[in-house]
Design a protein around this ligand. Structure first.
Ligand code: ADP
Length: 541
């Protein structure tokens, strides 16, 4: 028997309409690439979305199902693009500005973008490949001075486009299962693959993250979106801010630790997101030069790679700011788990509590997890048995765009993440490694994530990345790349081996160390294990 409730479509338009009707007074603050600060209200943004919708339909000829690319920093206009493009039934395709020219060209041609909205400071990256882009009819310039010159063909200025349109626009009736956005994986293995989000998956993902058990957002918050909007719809934040009534702060290209600290201070930010490398940088900059007044920042949500326990402890002890770890993938919208303590953990010791918080955490409602071991059986939920993490849920990928990657999915409907994990009896998931990053030495598995986290707890170490290198006797052995907090410090391999021997047995401990100024990073700021392997694993040592 069917229920007798309304069939109310969960679309991004309903998010925008809600944000405008309930929270029209809340702020969107952009720190723009030219260093200026721009502030307006959700209500102003709403009107500009309607102008943009008119421009997309009447001026640029965009219709339902067309792809519209964005090549831009985090700022108000990029949020307008998220809403207006999907609002008219087209697909907002965010392009990662840090990929190689070849990958960017591939993404634009593969997705068949008809129009690309590009930040003026990023135009040179597109000029190089514009002749190879087969489907693009217009380039719309964001944050460009009037006299801006470019070799890109068919350019229009964003503000001119909006100025000539009306604020009256009626959103079309959309099906909640229609596509609203697309992001490509960052291509750490092979060419990037398109992940096509639906209105429904986007709505459910954003509304679930708001809850206190998850991201803990409310209309008292001011939220800084450090995660670039070109990456996985920036973790749902541009949507959840309108649903929760949180002020939104957007840093555009101001992503250096000192700029982030300045924005945190000036805007009295209470919550923020980012990958661990961003927070490592912010923490060390704050240690070096402690802010005069306590920051308003209460919590920072971290994902993308493992949050080192030492960073959680340091931020909390030194500055009273709480780190909350989440896990996710482009294929999971991205957030799938988050780690928070529960009242039942109150009696645990500080270190036991920290062990739980350093796990990747509990599945969100609407998400299911299982661990499948090498022999194909389900791992017991004992917190020890390792296997590949499988996931299913309301915002998990079902198939890649235009690509038949059937090996990523199981016959019984799960997505295979490629992460090697454990699940404990309470449902907390812990990542041991990505399948391709695990080190197998003398037949025993070694977790590079655990070694990195332990090394980064050393007071002299800022960053540590561990990979497998070939070894005649053990087949593979670990090698650690080390970045010191202070480049003039002295540290010996022996000191590090001794330091690790408190938590690891001898065969697990790296005997090879390379001291570098910086660990190579991926386009989204994670340790680039593929590049590190290329540089250091091919028999160099
Ligand atoms: P790509 O797959 O191209 O690297 P994603 O951003 O989709 O790009 O990366 C997803 C992967 O990042 C996960 O499969 C996992 O290996 C890693 N990851 C994400 N969050 C965490 C976390 N909290 N701890 C450890 N690894 C994480």
């Amino acid at each position: 028997m069917e229920g007798l409730m309304m069939d109310y479509p969960l679309t991004t338009n309903t998010i925008l309409e809600y944000g405008n009707s309930v929270y029209h007074h809340k702020k969107i603050i952009s720190h723009l690439p030219d260093g200026t600060r721009h502030e307006y209200r959700f209500g102003d943004m709403y009107k500009r979305c309607k102008r943009l919708a008119n421009a997309l339909v009447h001026k640029l000829g965009i219709t339902n199902g067309n792809m519209v690319g964005t090549f831009a920093w985090n700022h108000g206009p990029h949020v307008e693009l998220y809403y207006a493009i999907s609002g008219i039934g087209a697909v907002c395709q965010t392009i990662n500005i840090r990929l190689s020219s070849h990958q960017i060209e591939y993404i634009i041609n593969n997705s068949e973008d008809k129009v690309i909205f590009v930040d003026a400071t990023l135009v040179p990256l597109l000029e190089k490949i514009a002749p190879l882009l087969e489907t693009v009819e217009y380039y719309i310039l964001l944050n460009a001075p009037k006299d801006f010159t470019t070799t890109l063909p068919n350019t229009l200025h964003y503000e001119d486009l909006l100025a000539e349109q009306s604020e009256d626009f009626e959103w079309p009736k959309l099906n909640e299962n229609d596509a609203c956005g697309m992001c490509y994986t960052s291509g750490t293995t092979g060419l990037p693959k398109g992940v096509l989000y639906s209105h429904r998956s986007t709505f459910l993902h954003a509304s679930t993250i708001i809850s206190p058990n998850a991201g803990n957002f409310s209309n008292s918050d001011t939220v800084l979106l450090i995660v670039p909007q070109f990456h996985v719809m920036a973790w749902g934040f541009p949507y959840l801010c309108l649903l929760s009534g949180s002020n939104m702060v957007l840093p555009s290209s101001h992503l250096q630790p000192d700029s982030i600290i300045k924005i945190l201070q000036e805007e009295k930010v209470t919550k923020a997101n980012g990958v661990p490398t961003i927070w490592l940088g912010v923490y060390h900059a704050m240690k070096m030069n402690p802010p005069k007044d306590k920051l308003a920042l209460e919590e920072y949500l971290v994902g993308g790679s493992a949050l080192p326990k030492s960073l959680i402890e340091g931020f909390e002890k030194d500055f009273g700011i709480k780190g909350v770890q989440a896990w996710g993938m482009t294929e999971t919208s991205p957030l799938g788990t988050v780690s928070r303590l529960q009242p039942k953990h109150a009696h645990l010791s500080a270190s036991e509590k920290m062990d739980i918080r350093a796990k990747q955490g509990l599945a969100f409602p609407g998400v299911e997890l299982r661990i499948v071991m090498e022999d194909g059986t389900l791992a017991p939920t004992d917190g020890k048995s390792m296997g590949e993490l499988h996931i299913k849920g309301a915002w998990t990928i079902q198939a890649y765009f235009k690509t038949n990657n059937s090996e990523s999915f199981t016959e019984d409907g799960w997505f295979k993440t490629g992460d090697v994990c454990t699940l404990d009896e309470d449902g907390y998931m812990e990542i041991k490694d990505r399948t391709k990053d695990l080190i197998k030495s003398g037949g025993e598995w070694i977790s590079s994530v655990a070694l990195e986290s332990a090394l980064m707890a050393h007071p002299k170490i800022k960053e540590a990345a561990v990979i497998a290198i070939p070894d005649a006797k053990w087949v593979e052995k670990p090698l650690a790349l080390i970045v010191l907090v202070n480049q003039n410090d002295e540290i010996s391999d022996g000191e590090l081996i001794e330091f690790l021997s408190r938590d690891f047995v001898n065969y697990q401990i790296p005997k090879n160390y390379v001291y570098v100024h910086e660990v190579p990073k991926t386009s989204v700021g994670k340790f680039d294990k593929k590049e590190i392997r290329r540089l250091f694993a091919e028999g160099v040592l």
